[in-house]
Ligand binder design. Structure first.
Ligand code: RM4
Ligand code: MN
Ligand code: MN
Length: 432
């Protein structure tokens, strides 16, 4: 099979050529439609083009379930190769200039070399993720019964030290945030003292917080259940917010869309965290039942839109201390991870564009007049607008592909990787 480098600007330009005429026609038609609503399409396109989301390094390998993992062809074998795949995603979508690493899955003894490798690929680094939810080979103390909240101070100290190692690695890489998610909790009532476990969490995270460089933020990620099935120490946004407020101004709450009970009103949580000035960022994904880690926008696109609607409201209101980090956190079990990640980044842009085309002034008037039906209809009109031409235009304007998945497939990148990356297919990550 012929191979073309999907990162090559000439290749992308030639892949875009057949789309040029239809894209212009569709964009102009949508522009007229939006102008009738008082919405300037070019302004929306500019904002969409400026939208960025980080790729999770663990997302470029095939994930799995508790039952198994079915590796794909040519998976990246180490963090350097993971970055190469991330560069493909970024070049074709223009939306993913950063990567979020997971330590120790991405541990290397050459972080400076990694930073240079990334820069050469046009990439930087978003939040570092610590991992105290698994034991690593040779690790002195086990996390079986907890990490930052373990009853044994020595285990807590080991988990704190690991987080500090992540900060140090991130400082070399140019990252400016640490995401802390712990699996700590109880599987049985009576197993742990719910109050004391939270106190131990605050004490441990205070030591991590102290090690943050001045311009860093710490993101606290809550999750309702799994691996602890009865009670998780940081199980909800209330615990997360209490912890952030206790720790200090550099601590923020991170919302992973899959970490809530089904039907929970996540956009409401987002609005409250914006109000509290503690919305640190997102782990975007989608789910039907639990922490499914499916592709963003694949199951409940309306909910994603409603989350972005709150973000647009905050943007327009210039909400104080509002600077959320956008990150994907997905597990691709049955698709090509590169295709899933490109599609997901685009789905986020879609939700953002749909929220941007909402007629805000009219919506405000209908709300003020308690016109419930028209308020709902006005908001929904944004969601039902086909903003695809805006997304394609935004990509093309940044040197990306009009149709990223087609350009990727036609390049033969994956087949090429299957040849150049032989051997053991275990890139680390992939939640099995
Ligand atoms: C957790 C959580 C974390 C992620 C791990 C792999 O459920 O979402 O953010 O790092 O999975
Ligand atoms: Mn997450
Ligand atoms: Mn998760």
């Amino acid at each position: 099979m012929a191979f073309a480098d999907p990162r090559d600007a000439n290749y992308i330009a030639s892949a875009n050529k057949p789309h040029a005429a239809t894209l212009t026609a569709d964009y102009n038609a949508l522009g007229l439609q939006l102008a009738r609503r008082g919405v300037d399409i070019d302004d929306v396109t500019r904002r969409v083009a400026a939208f960025k989301v980080a790729i999770p390094s663990w997302g470029v390998g095939t994930g799995g379930t508790r039952f198994g993992r079915f590796p794909g062809l040519g998976e990246p074998r180490n963090v350097f190769e993971k970055l190469e795949d991330c560069a493909v995603i970024h070049r074709l979508t223009g939306a993913t200039p950063t990567v979020s690493l997971h330590i120790p899955w991405d541990r290397t003894d050459d972080y400076l070399g990694l930073r240079e490798h990334a820069a050469g690929l046009g990439l930087g680094f978003d939040a570092m993720n610590s991992n105290t939810f698994q034991d690593q080979p040779g690790q002195p103390l086990s996390y079986k019964f907890g990490s930052l909240t373990h009853t044994d101070a020595a285990v807590r100290a080991q988990a704190v030290a690991h987080n500090i190692e992540c900060i140090k690695a991130g400082a070399i890489l140019g990252s400016r945030a640490l995401t802390v998610w712990i699996g700590d909790g109880a599987n049985f009532p009576g197993q742990s003292h719910l109050g004391k476990a939270f106190e131990r969490y605050l004490e441990s995270t205070a030591s991590i917080y102290k090690a943050l460089p001045a311009d860093w933020r710490m993101f606290i990620e809550h999750k309702m259940y799994e691996p602890a099935f009865y009670a998780t120490v940081i199980q909800d946004w209330g615990s997360s917010l209490m912890a952030a407020q206790t720790l200090g101004p550099k601590a923020f709450c991170l919302v992973d869309l899959g970490h809530h009970a089904p039907n929970v009103n996540i956009e409401m949580i987002v609005a409250r965290l914006i109000h509290a000035q503690r919305l640190g960022g997102f782990h975007f994904n989608d789910s039907k039942y639990g922490d499914d880690d499916l592709d963003a926008g694949s199951i409940e696109p309306f909910r994603l839109f409603l989350v972005f609607n709150e973000l647009v409201e905050a943007e327009l209101a210039k909400a104080p201390n509002y600077n959320p980090a956008h990150m994907l956190d997905q597990s691709h079990n049955v698709t090509d991870p590169i295709e899933s990640l490109m599609t997901s980044a685009i789905e986020l842009q879609r939700a953002y564009a749909q929220a941007l085309v909402v007629e805000r002034t009219r919506l405000g008037e209908y709300r003020a007049a308690n016109d419930v039906l028209m308020s709902a209809q006005t908001l929904k009109r944004g969601f039902t607008t086909d903003v695809a031409p805006i997304l394609a235009q935004a990509r093309v304007s940044k040197g990306g592909a009009a149709d990223p998945v087609a350009a990727y497939r036609d390049s033969g990148y994956r087949a090429r990787c299957a040849q150049t990356r032989p051997g053991k297919q275990n890139p680390g990550g992939g939640i099995v």
